[in-house]
Design a protein around this ligand. Structure first.
Ligand code: PDD
Length: 278
């Protein structure tokens, strides 16, 4: 694999970062994951805009301009011959002697790599739906910033696996925030319900696109918090993310949702999303 590190395209074994990098020592960095379908980048501009916002919230600046970032994405797709897959981008504050205060003039570290995922849009899970468990949301309070502090979500994924499920929905003050790496939705009748934007969740790029398509298709959208109890009474549930697009959820905490099969709203939104993206 060819990866991009600080201005250079190199074989992955030659890609090196300092042990003093604050991304490594403090998780002092942000990231984006953009999908590639049929060799085409999905929603690049929206990812670049969110990246800029994440950086701004942490008083960082991108070492690379937006159009150059696009060029790097395209070059990695070409170099690694990616048809379907993901592009991971990370920017950290850079290397500095270990100190909690932000260093005055560290040079940001930027890394991009690809993950080839043949058939990404045709994953079997989309046919069967996935199972989730609910867990307490024990992440920090600024989940709107896409930082690389992913230990709790990673633990959540492990708790889900241990319970025989695929993912975890996190719950704070009795209300679902989001999945470990995706936004969470329920459907009641013709109404799609998903948590309102705020510091409690990541402002998903797929979320924005899917809600726009839903409104265009005359579906009703309510952006508000919901409980696990309400989810258990719903007709359908699903998640969205750059890596799963729209993915039906058929079970929560061992209880089937609706008839226990992927719901028609989720399936229709997935179709629309993939059609519009390709
Ligand atoms: N995760 N919520 C969280 C906590 C996420 O980590 C993600 C994305 C989303 C969905 O955002 P988007 O639609 O922009 O992908 C919501 C990526 C895919 C990841 O960490 O791999």
């Amino acid at each position: 694999r060819t990866v991009y590190v600080n201005g250079q395209y190199v074989p992955e074994e030659d890609a090196k970062i300092s042990v003093f990098d604050r991304g490594f020592l403090f998780a002092d960095g942000v990231y984006e994951v953009t999908s590639v379908l049929g060799g085409k980048l999905i929603d690049f501009a929206a990812h670049a805009t969110r990246l800029e916002r994440s950086l701004g919230e942490l008083q960082m600046e991108s070492p690379v301009a937006k159009d150059e970032l696009l060029e790097i994405h395209r070059e990695l797709v070409r170099a690694n011959d990616i048809t379907d897959g993901l592009i991971y981008l990370q920017i950290t504050r850079g290397a500095a002697d270990r100190d909690f205060a932000f260093p005055e003039n560290a040079t940001p570290t930027i890394v991009l790599f690809t993950q080839s995922k043949p058939g990404l849009a045709n994953s079997p899970a989309a046919q069967t739906g996935i199972k989730v468990i609910s867990i307490e949301d024990q992440r920090w309070g600024r989940r709107d910033i896409k930082t690389v502090q992913l230990l709790y979500p990673s633990m959540g994924k492990m708790m889900a696996k241990a319970a025989g499920a695929d993912d975890a929905w996190m719950v704070e003050d009795g209300h679902v925030t989001e999945g470990t790496s995706n936004n969470a939705y329920i459907v009641k009748g013709n109404t799609i319900i998903t948590r309102h934007l705020g510091n409690e969740i990541l402002h998903g790029i797929t979320r924005a696109a899917v809600l726009a398509f839903a409104r265009e298709a005359q579906m009703k959208v309510e952006e508000r918090a919901f409980t696990i109890d309400e989810a258990l009474q719903a007709d359908e549930a699903f998640i969205t993310s750059a890596s799963s697009f729209v993915m039906p959820v058929v079970e929560i905490d061992g209880t089937g949702i609706g008839n226990g099969e992927p719901g028609s709203v989720a399936q229709r939104l997935r179709e629309i999303y993939l059609d519009e993206s390709l």
